[in-house]
Each structure stands twice: as C-alpha cells, then as structure tokens.
Write a protein of this length. Structure first.
Length: 94
C-alpha cells in the first residue's frame, strides 16, 4: 500500500474532476491519499471529505513526519515546499 500526499492549491484545484478520479482509483487499489496544504486551517479551511493536513507554510515532509506520516509520493505544483533545502541535500547526497 502506498501513501500519497497531494497538494491542494494549484494541484488538486487545477483539475478537481481529474484528481477525484485519481483518488478514487488509488483508494480502490488499497492506497491512501491525503491532502497536504501550506494553508492555515484557522483562516483558510478546505471543504473535502478526506484527510487534510494544514502546514501553515511549514515544509510538508517534516510536518507530516512529526505526525508519524511518511508519504511514499508527494504531488505538488511547487515541489520546493515539500522540504527545506537542507532536508533535500541531506536526503540526496551520499
């Protein structure tokens, strides 16, 4: 089973019908899809019936990791918001 983290603004909102079909297909195959957004829940909530994590502009990978969530795949129109530059270098330099 895969866990997929999907960004909201600029990703899901770019084509909601496409992403709804994608989410349905993923779930039918036993995968888990969650929304991970840089939004602040208190000021900009999302109306969607699925797990939604609001990072308030914190890097998404570290935010979810603190909650014990480690997505296998992130999909984001601004991938630089997934992790800090330090985290990227740490994960990709051997």
């Amino acid at each position: 089973m895969l866990t997929l983290a999907l960004d909201w603004d600029g990703t899901y909102t770019a084509d909601p019908a496409l992403w709804d079909q994608f989410i349905e297909l993923c779930e039918s195959r036993g995968h888990k899809v969650l929304i991970c957004t840089g939004r602040d829940k208190r000021t900009d909530p999302i109306e969607k019936h699925m797990p939604i994590y609001y990072t308030s502009n914190e890097p998404k990978k570290a935010f979810l990791a603190r909650l014990g969530i480690h997505p296998d795949i992130f999909t984001d129109d601004t991938p630089e918001r997934i992790c800090s530059a330090y985290e990227f270098l740490e994960d990709n330099l051997d």
